[in-house]
Design a protein around this ligand. Structure first.
Ligand code: SAM
Length: 224
């Protein structure tokens, strides 16, 4: 799902997205001024859509679209990076999105964080979208990612990461890990997630929606 924050807050030479979908994240990253944007997508339909939508940027070399499963492709993209990058980790399966069933996992996040941890660059910025869903093991057909599991793996990349939260579909739906002078962890929000992954603000936002918005088709279906 596209973020509602300004991508210029997390500018780096390169932007690496997992899950291209309609290309809205790519458009935001190109607009924010990232020199190079890499985006990985498993579904043929969405890769073809993005190839058409961004034909000029692909020809210019500003955008590289990678077709395939982030499990296989992300380590290859990371091997291309020579400087700290901004990662936008946003790939996950959905029953209505043809193509995602090709992956062995519904939510590849732990594999992606492992691939980043294997990079010799320790100061990448890592953004993880959809906290309201990722903290719920029933999302996306079921998965084993937890909030504390994410933090543990991020700290394995860099034990000095500070954590902040940016707005996505709802308030504070994006976890940001970065090492920067003057950056401080938003400890209150972190503690709220740790003590109750579906913290009060997240719950109230979800109940305000009174439904789950399908991020693929943008149709709305009742929460079960
Ligand atoms: C929520 S959408 C991404 C939205 C996009 N990042 C944006 O900001 O507009 C998730 C996308 O991840 C893709 N996806 C799911 N599993 C994947 C995998 N294992 N590898 C690569 N892409 C995957 C889906 O096909 C879908 O297009």
């Amino acid at each position: 799902m596209s973020a509602s924050f300004d991508y210029r807050q997390v500018l780096s030479p390169s932007f690496v997205e997992t899950g291209s979908y309609r290309g809205d994240g790519i458009a935001q990253a190109l607009g924010a001024g990232f020199e190079t944007v890499h985006s990985i997508e498993i579904a043929d339909h969405w890769i073809n859509h993005c190839r058409q939508r961004f034909a000029r940027e692909i020809a210019d070399g500003r955008l590289v679209l990678w077709q395939g499963d982030t499990l296989d492709v992300l380590p290859r993209v990371i091997a291309h990076l020579s400087r700290p990058a901004t990662f936008w980790l946003d790939a996950h399966s959905h029953p209505h999105n043809t193509g995602t069933e090709k992956s062995a996992v519904n939510c590849p996040l732990y594999h992606e964080l492992g691939a980043i941890a294997a990079s010799p660059i320790r100061s990448h910025r890592v953004l993880i979208d959809d906290l309201r869903l990722i903290t719920d093991p029933r999302s996306w057909g079921g998965h084993d990612v937890t909030f504390s599991g994410m933090l543990e793996r991020l700290r394995a990349i860099n034990s000095n990461y500070a954590f902040a939260f940016l707005d996505g579909l709802i308030e504070k739906d994006v976890l940001v890990a970065r090492v920067e002078t003057g950056m401080r962890t938003d400890q209150a929000t972190l503690d709220a997630f740790l003590s109750d992954p579906l913290s009060q603000s997240i719950r109230s936002a979800r109940s305000a929606l009174a439904c789950e918005v399908d991020p693929m088709s943008r149709t709305v279906f009742p929460r079960i």
